[in-house]
Design a protein around this ligand. Structure first.
Ligand SMILES: NC(=O)c1ccc[n+]([C@@H]2O[C@H](COP(=O)([O-])OP(=O)(O)OC[C@H]3O[C@@H](n4cnc5c(N)ncnc54)[C@H](O)[C@@H]3O)[C@@H](O)[C@H]2O)c1
Length: 328
């Protein structure tokens, strides 16, 4: 297995690289423009090629020189709010550039691909837990662009023989010893909560407590980034025997925002003030995945389902990296 990982210097990508190396991949090559990733997040002996996924010559040359046989496409723009104020950026990076990458992979003869998709392709589903059969009806540009790429992949797959798996992540969370979450701006709840615990922010903004959930705050499904990363290795292995398809990736349970803050107080032993604000447009009350398909078809299982374990790992990484990754 000789793998190209686009976006491998990002949060989830850096852990996928770790897992691929641990699984014995012969070569792991990261293609990343470092727009939101960090060179220091790429574990050795993976090689970092700094560049854009739409640089066709670079992609073809890299794939040929490194004899790549499978790609994991994780590079993307992925801030929901920004996708609504600047949809052009999302169509450009997630669709236009994504298609340029696909063309280059076809030219270079890379016939297997795992794609980082998202729960946002479902929008605000009527069913819970959400199966892969649920309606695909994104409520934001980010989800729409991820769905557009999934759909393109289906047609490319048929015509050019690309075997593929789309992994629809719910909320990636936690850390490994080496790799953690560092975004600027940070929009994900767990790092924000832990930054408050660490005294780097004054409070956690909470967007509404009038949802139809037990305590009124939104419920989300948090999946440990190591579990998520292991699914990529299984998905690559499964490409040779399974039809191309999409798999949900969640832990199978949900926690409300308030439950998460309470758990973080317990794990960190610190006070974590929060401020209740109005609802945010487009937030669904409950987003919890059914991951039955990936469990049965790829024998994947979340091993770190407990929210306290997820929080403890993320907290340990934050304490060990008070200034984040070294400057690139
Ligand atoms: N983090 C989550 O909870 C979550 C949930 C669902 C889906 N996803 C998807 O998983 C993937 C990884 O998410 P993440 O949280 O690690 O994001 P991230 O921003 O940390 O990582 C994305 C990486 O892609 C790189 N990149 C972006 N555009 C590029 C381009 N044009 N050329 C080369 N490199 C480029 C960035 O520099 C960064 O290293 C994304 O595709 C995201 O949409 C993430």
């Amino acid at each position: 297995m000789r793998v190209l990982v686009t976006g491998g210097a990002g949060y989830v990508g850096s852990v996928v690289v770790e897992e691929l190396l641990a699984a014995g991949a012969e070569a792991v090559v990261v293609l990343d423009d470092l727009s939101s990733g960090h060179a220091g997040a790429v574990s050795l002996p993976a090689r970092l090629v700094r560049g854009d996924i739409a640089d066709t010559d670079l992609v073809i040359r890299t794939c040929r020189d490194c004899r790549i046989d499978v790609a994991v496409h994780m590079a993307a723009s992925s801030i929901v709010g920004e996708s609504m104020s600047d949809p052009a950026r999302y169509y450009r990076n997630n669709v236009t550039k994504g298609l340029a990458l696909l063309d280059a992979l076809v030219t270079a003869g890379v016939g297997r691909l795992v794609f980082s998709s998202t729960a946002a392709v479902y929008g605000d589903p009527m069913v819970s837990p959400i199966t892969e059969e649920a309606d695909l009806s994104p409520t934001n540009t980010y989800g729409e662009t991820k769905l557009a790429f999934e759909r393109a992949l289906r047609w490319y797959g048929g015509a050019y023989g690309i075997r593929h798996a789309c992994l629809r992540y719910f909320n990636a969370a936690g850390a490994t010893v080496a790799s953690g979450e560092q975004h600027d701006p940070e929009t994900h709840l767990i790092p924000i909560v832990l930054q408050v615990a660490a005294g780097k922010r004054s409070h956690v903004p909470v967007y509404g407590d009038t949802y139809a959930t037990p305590d009124g705050t939104c419920v989300r499904d948090y999946v440990h980034v190591s579990d998520l990363a292991r699914a990529h290795v299984l998905a690559i292995e499964g490409l040779s025997r399974n039809p191309s398809r999409a798999y949900n990736l969640g832990s199978g349970g949900g926690y409300s925002v308030k439950q998460l803050i309470d758990a973080a107080v317990e794990v960190t032993g610190r006070a974590i003030p929060y401020e209740m604000g109005p609802r945010r447009a487009g937030d669904a009350a409950v987003l919890v995945a059914s991951s039955d398909l990936i469990r049965t078809e790829l024998s994947w299982k979340a091993e770190k389902q407990d929210l306290r374990v997820i929080l403890a790992d993320a907290w340990a990484w934050l304490l060990a990296h008070p200034a984040g990754y070294r400057a690139d």
